[in-house]
Design a protein around this ligand. Sequence first.
Ligand SMILES: Cc1ncc(COP(=O)(O)O)c(C=O)c1O
Length: 400
Amino acid sequence: MITNCIEKIALYENSFYVYEESVIRKQIEKLKNSFEGIDFLYSVKCNPNTNVLDIIFGSGFGADAASLNEVKMSYEHGVDKSKIYYSAPGKSERDIFEALDYSIIIADSLNEIRKISSVAGNKIVNIGIRINPDFTLENEQGIANKFGIDEKDVIEIIHNGLPENIRISGIHVHVKSQVLEQDKLRDNYGRIISLAERIEKELGYGLDFINMGSGIGVAYSLNDCEIDVERLGNEAMTMLANFRKSHLNTKLFIETGRFVVCKSGTYITHVVDKKNSYGKTFVILQNTLNGFIRPSMVRMVASYAGEGCTKSCEPMYTSFDSFTIKPVRASNEFETVTMVGNLCTGADVIAENISMPKMEIGDLVEINNAGAYSYVLSPMQFSSQGIIKEFVVTEEGEIL
Ligand SMILES: Cc1ncc(COP(=O)(O)O)c(C=O)c1O
């Protein structure tokens, strides 16, 4: 079905994204079934396509909004204010002023707490605090971080007294994205809950919410081992059972972006030219760096940072095998080619000297793992090639 839809769209569009509703729904169900009692927030930044938001918010997810625009977008897609959490460093007074009506603001620094207090005037405001904890995924020790307030400083802020119109109603802790080791994630949830208990003790009352951040990764490469979400969920919920019994009114959140949408997305482009130079065959595709930046980004990161660093670049997962590229209808004949894009820069390279099914001008080509951090990160203004369109294929095969 998806190939037919792609070919239909390709009659009108040169390059485009396709997101499959069925894949998004499958991922959502996996999470919901595995983590009974947890509420989920969708990290809008990874894919804010309007039809994608409708599917995800329609299934009951709240919003992890990283900007005022994402707050408003979520609200306009029907998410209640009580389920929109605005967490980002460096919010302006204007951001705060407008967001107060549509979201729960997560303060990212002491200055931000003061700013929220001053903007709120004589209104009492419930806020969350993003905490930079005294641990990482790997260690029982904190690290310097631009995100959040160091754990010891949060305790001090509470001791010294918060502004009168500010009430801390929840905490947000996110230590790492794209984690495929479920034991580390489970232990991380445990540490966050212990931290929440320490904060509650200091505050002298129970928290309304604990946002345990994101972290659930996806298998980008064929060598990656997909996370066993069911096992992770079961183990985490068993570990948190006592806490939950004593905190019936505390909401526990997990935020997630790429797990829900990454695999739903495919980027489609086509061969615009093919040539030979000094014995090398070049296949030239349309709108690659500008339409789907990851392949070029992988090469740029590798050339500056060395290949050892290519996996850690958040949020653009930059390993060489973080996507696969192939013709939509593959020939049985193979040839070694270098695949490049049609931008006037040498950086627009997708893959060098790889064996591919033989391609001709006009052939459609698909790149997978393109549902998250793909459209939004690609520099579509560059070279004025035009904005690339996105389509959702519904479970019924309708193209939105
Ligand atoms: C604070 C925070 N929450 C959520 C996410 C979403 O992560 P993912 O898309 O891997 O689920 C990120 C990613 O950068 C993040 O920084």
